[in-house]
Design a binder for this molecule. Structure first.
Ligand code: SF4
Length: 388
């Protein structure tokens, strides 16, 4: 079935910049990144200039997200250059522009240039406030640097800040996690993301796990942590709006929400993924191949797939159900008029009987708190129906 989206509104568009540089590689990280030489940063900036030039942008861009890697590793001049290159391409300032920073890269001059460019939101990878646990993750920053960075960000006038935290770190007790949550709450950012540590292949952590040097926490322990996290954050006025994300009123991350709704986004930089006009692909995960391809006019993309209604509708359901508001089936039906959603009725019925799913008063299909604990398995069940 060829993709045919019908919406009663213009769907939002996002831009993602992947800045693939880190000062050292964390033990759990599987993103494409490298410790850069100066000439590689120059090559990257030239590549971004070429890639921006090569894409036509005839729609408004609503949100921008610079991630990585560590965008904060770029110098003040490089941040400004990259920002100007992007803004030249846009017809208006984005509604939301997030830049990810690690605590050790937060400097007054960098924050000023980001503010001047129009960045609206800072997302900081705190991970933990415990120096011992940061060491277990192979993170280079310290608790002292986190607090220093927060002071600099606050003094620079940013009023929309996210802190990323990780739970189920080897050696982390429940009290350690509660202490991390409390310290984050004490800082009072507008948004807190909490992620369960994952052991991705080819990471230092995965190797330590395979050698029996560390142990994975039990699933039921993760579920308990998930519940106390929700309670602790909600008691402090952070409302959960997605399985891993909490915000005070009015500060949900628009860019991520648009992505979870499967609206289009354009990815720039090595390994960045794009979904645009019925296609999904990723740039090659190699700085060298990506720049060389752009310079010589060779293809730089991989995993290029034509999206059909089945793929997009399944993803909308899976990601939509991860959000607390759930999915509005009527709206999805309008967006994908030729898709037969009644195929899913038996699954909805079974999930409701098991108290994993409920229909809200405003006719949204939502996972219950119990259902969110098994959201991944529910996603697999949805895919099985689409694949049948
Ligand atoms: S700073 Fe972030 S992107 Fe870089 S290695 Fe660590 S986790 Fe990965």
């Amino acid at each position: 079935m060829i993709l045919q989206e019908k919406a009663d509104e213009v769907l939002p568009l996002g831009i993602y910049f992947h800045v693939p540089f880190c000062s050292s590689i964390c033990d759990f990280c599987s993103f494409y990144q490298k410790v850069p030489r100066r000439d590689e940063i120059k090559r990257y900036l030239n590549g971004m200039k070429l890639e921006l030039k090569s894409r036509s942008l005839n729609r408004f861009v609503d949100t921008v997200f610079w991630g990585g890697g560590t965008p904060g590793l770029l110098t003040v001049q490089d941040l400004e250059l990259l920002g100007r290159l992007m803004l030249e391409k846009l017809t208006r300032q984005p509604v939301e522009w997030t830049v990810e920073l690690s605590p050790s890269t937060v400097k007054k001059e960098k924050m000023k240039v980001l503010r001047d460019l129009g960045v609206t939101r800072i997302s900081m990878g705190v991970e933990s406030f415990s120096d011992r646990l940061l060491k277990n993750l192979g993170r280079q920053h310290s608790q002292r640097q986190i607090f220093q960075a927060i002071d600099v960000i606050n003094n620079s006038g940013f009023e929309n800040i996210n802190l990323d935290l990780i739970f189920s770190i080897p050696g982390q007790s429940i009290d350690d996690w509660l202490s991390d949550l409390k310290q984050a709450i004490h800082i009072s950012p507008q948004h807190i993301s909490t992620y369960c540590l994952t052991y991705e292949e080819d990471t230092a952590l995965f190797i330590r796990l395979s050698h029996g040097e560390i142990f994975r926490k039990l699933k039921k322990e993760d579920a308990f942590i998930y519940e106390i996290t929700r309670k602790t954050l909600e008691d402090a006025n952070y409302k959960q709006y997605e399985i891993s994300n909490y915000a005070v009123n009015g500060y949900e991350c628009l860019h991520n929400k648009n992505t979870w709704h499967l609206y289009d986004w354009l990815g720039f930089g090595p390994s960045a993924a794009t979904q645009f006009n019925g296609r999904r692909f990723a740039n090659v995960a190699s700085l060298e191949q990506w720049v060389e391809g752009l310079e010589k006019g060779h293809p730089i993309i991989t995993d290029d797939i034509q999206l059909d209604t089945e793929i997009l509708a399944a993803d909308c359901l899976i990601f939509g159900l991860r959000m607390n508001k759930g999915v509005q089936l009527k709206r999805l039906q309008r967006r994908f008029p030729e898709f037969n959603f009644s195929r899913l009725q038996p699954l909805w019925k079974q999930l409701s009987n098991d108290k994993y799913l409920e229909m809200t008063d405003d006719k949204n299909l939502c996972l219950t708190a119990r259902g969110r604990l098994v959201a991944d398995s529910i996603g697999v069940e949805i895919l099985e129906i689409f694949d049948a």
